[in-house]
Ligand binder design. Structure first.
Ligand code: 13P
Ligand code: 13P
Ligand code: MG
Ligand code: MG
Length: 384
């Protein structure tokens, strides 16, 4: 505990859930975030987590945690579960919207998987310097990261490092999940790049779970894909996803990770989980959905890891222990990308309740079609 032994693996766990928000699907009440901080402060005192940071994107509470207990640890997941229980209780007491939305079971069974919250975790030996990026998205789904991670890890016109950094040039192993058949496959870039893209292009079926370095650096990034399965017999694919990344020195640089967000990426999941819109890069402070429950937001916070602790910009001798991450999408540099995202989202909206503004029939979170069709059974006639 405290100081990592050089070969001991540190684990970064991000566990997130929407357990209710103020005014529709907008934002959690600040007291819900504070209750989560209290739970994690206790967990830190008890040695369950090494360090933590609590934030949000739109209506989703995100818990960043570091520890030496490995992925899927009962105590770490239990602490996250407790955060969401307390926050949901507050949300219910205030009659907030969709209070307890992502809590799908009554009893904690040792892991949040299958219980509603999403998680992205990876373990690695901490390098001499370990820059971490935490991407958080609201009003979209895990495969939203597929086009972005494809540009970062498969496209040398985005990541020049794939050409000029000898270790990045050795390529990456990409774990892809098949939602429908509940299977996964690991494919290697650059050899299989075009085949990887052939799968990932179908964002309704395939999503990237994680990407590993082939130069022995370990994991590069991991995405929360927990709900990409059949939960309780019903397909629940939409879950506002997080993606945690390690950067630099044989991995994409921080700037290479950020490059794809200049383009408006069209993703599924805003308004009733049933529409396509463009990802809007912004600060968590600016992540309230304000236009048609969106547009889908993407935030990026950065920390350096320091012997398992999250090192941000907090002032020297800071007393309250609250971290200050680098907020990459906050500044004016992204104004043009934001304008483009609004423009693209408005174009999608101008199509009304027609595809491609709305999702394909098998992906719609809301649909009245079965009732409409059954009411028309006796009226449908064969065409001569
Ligand atoms: P520095 O030369 O500032 O370390 O930057 C290297 C780098 O990788 C920037 O992307
Ligand atoms: P969330 O998934 O962020 O709760 O949004 C639900 C929705 O459909 C908003 O229109
Ligand atoms: Mg919500
Ligand atoms: Mg949300």
């Amino acid at each position: 505990m405290g100081v990592s032994m050089s070969e001991e693996k540190v684990t970064v766990s991000v566990i997130k859930a929407d357990v209710g928000s103020v005014v529709g699907h907008s934002k959690p009440h600040p007291s819900m975030l504070e209750a989560s901080r209290e739970v994690l402060r206790d967990a830190q005192k008890q040695g369950v987590v090494e360090d933590f940071y609590v934030t949000r994107v739109g209506d989703d509470i995100n818990l960043f945690m570091t520890h030496y207990k490995g992925a899927g640890n009962r105590d770490v997941h239990g602490a996250a579960w407790e955060c969401f229980q307390r926050a949901a209780k507050i949300a219910k007491s205030m009659k907030l919207y969709a209070a307890g939305q992502d809590i799908l079971t009554d009893a904690f069974s040792g892991n949040v998987k299958g219980a509603g919250p999403g998680s992205a975790e990876f373990s690695f030996v901490e390098r001499k310097s370990e820059p971490l990026l935490f991407f958080m998205a609201d009003k979209t789904e895990p495969s939203a990261y597929s086009p972005i991670l494809s540009r970062i890890f498969l496209d040398p016109f985005t990541t020049t490092g794939l050409v000029i950094d000898a270790r990045a040039k050795m390529g990456f192993d990409v774990e892809i999940q098949d939602v429908m058949d509940h299977k996964k496959v690991v494919m290697s870039s650059p050899e299989e790049t075009l085949s990887i893209l052939s799968l990932l292009g179908d964002t309704s079926r395939y999503a990237i779970k994680r990407i590993d370095s082939r130069a022995g650096i370990g994991p590069a990034c991991v995405v929360s894909t927990d709900k990409l399965n059949l939960t309780a017999g019903k397909y629940v694919g939409k879950d506002d996803p997080v993606c945690v990344c390690r950067a630099q020195s044989g991995l994409p640089s921080v700037g290479e990770y950020l490059q794809p967000f200049v383009n408006p990426t069209i993703v599924a999941g805003w308004m009733r989980g049933s529409h396509y819109g463009a990802l809007y890069p912004c600060s968590p402070e600016d992540s309230d959905p304000v236009y048609f429950d969106g547009p889908p937001r993407i935030c990026c916070l950065g920390f350096q890891l320091n012997d398992g602790k999250l090192q941000g910009l907090e002032p020297m001798n800071s007393k309250n222990g609250e971290h200050v991450p680098v907020d990459f999408f906050k500044g004016e540099t992204w104004n043009k990308a934001r304008e483009d995202a609004i423009k693209a989202s408005m174009l999608m909206r101008s199509q009304g309740p027609f595809m491609p503004s709305i999702l394909g029939p098998e992906e719609m979170e809301y649909t009245s079609r079965p009732e409409v069709l059954s009411s028309l059974t006796s009226r449908f006639e064969n065409i001569e």
